[in-house]
Write a protein that binds this ligand. Structure first.
Ligand code: SF4
Length: 290
């Protein structure tokens, strides 16, 4: 695994960033990004399209997924910057349980810092079953703050997962991780985003089976709909064209898929939303269970 990417370390000047855009609209006050560049390297990842606005260096967006730069003083900075009213999203720019976390862990020390100085809300956005390694610390934090795990499940088809996110864990393993978190008392949402080719109704059913919470989803971002800001990487379009999936990058088709999912969720007694409205549920101190 380590042959596929390199790991660098660098001290950072700060660790919490005031939010803007999508995450601010959702109600988060700060984001926490423990590293620059993500070694999951998903072909559609929005982050490299942000360039310098995401705090990236040119090498990050040119060689996305091939290395990561860990913020070596992240825990020390976090202890200094945490305040009780903060609603923190971790992270809009990197998966905190990316593959390098298994080799050079940052999260246990960051969770210790959060336990010592709890914010109001802390949301971990991940697709890494490695999060289960830190279950004991997560449980301790959940006693002191509103802790929520937003676990990305992008399709119900593992053949699709292998095309668009080959370095991420298989779909069944991810669903099992969501179930294990909820069984352990950690509020974990199956976040259906970005929506890759799938059976949309089966995907809603799978989310409902592993999580008692409402359904958060988001179709792939498109320049035709979203004129500015982060968007889907070009590489994803090339793969979609080759495999006959271009419908999934069409706004009208996406609306029809979302409508089907919403209908299925409603029949299952769950609320369903996309975009900042859906992500705002994650930022709420009290999230209703279905
Ligand atoms: S896990 Fe998230 S941040 Fe990392 S490459 Fe995939 S989409 Fe991008």
């Amino acid at each position: 695994m380590a042959d596929r990417f390199r790991i660098f370390q660098q001290p950072a000047k700060s660790i919490l960033t005031r939010t803007s855009g999508f995450i601010a609209q959702a109600g988060f006050s700060h984001s926490l990004t423990p590293a620059r560049n993500c070694t999951f390297g998903c072909v559609y990842c929005y982050v490299p399209t942000m360039g310098i606005y995401g705090g990236l260096k040119p090498d990050d967006w040119r060689r996305w997924g091939q290395f990561t730069t860990l913020k070596q003083n992240a825990a020390e900075l976090l202890r200094r910057e945490l305040r009780p009213p903060q609603r923190i999203y971790c992270s809009p720019l990197v998966d905190p349980y990316q593959p390098t976390e298994a080799l050079q862990p940052l999260m246990p020390e960051l969770l210790q810092a959060l336990i010592g100085h709890p914010p109001q809300v802390f949301v971990i956005q991940t697709r890494g079953p490695l999060i289960l390694r830190d279950l004991a610390l997560l449980r301790e934090l959940a006693v002191r703050a509103t802790l929520r795990v937003s676990f990305s499940i992008t399709t119900d088809r593992d053949d699709i997962r292998r095309l668009y996110e080959p370095h991420c864990a298989p779909v069944p393993e991810r669903l099992a991780a969501v179930a294990a978190l909820n069984d352990a008392g950690i509020a974990a949402q199956a976040t259906l985003a970005p929506l890759l080719p799938c059976d949309p109704e089966a995907l809603v059913d799978a989310a409902c089976a592993v999580s008692p919470y409402d359904i958060v989803a988001d179709p792939l971002h498109l320049r035709t709909v979203k004129r500015q800001g982060a968007t889907t990487r070009e590489q994803a379009f090339r793969i979609a064209e080759h495999h006959g999936h271009l419908d999934w990058f069409d706004a009208g088709f996406q609306r029809a898929i979302v409508a089907k999912m919403e209908d299925r969720a409603r029949r299952r007694g769950r609320r369903f939303a996309i975009g900042p409205e859906a992500f705002s549920w994650l930022a709420q101190p009290n999230l209703p269970r279905a």
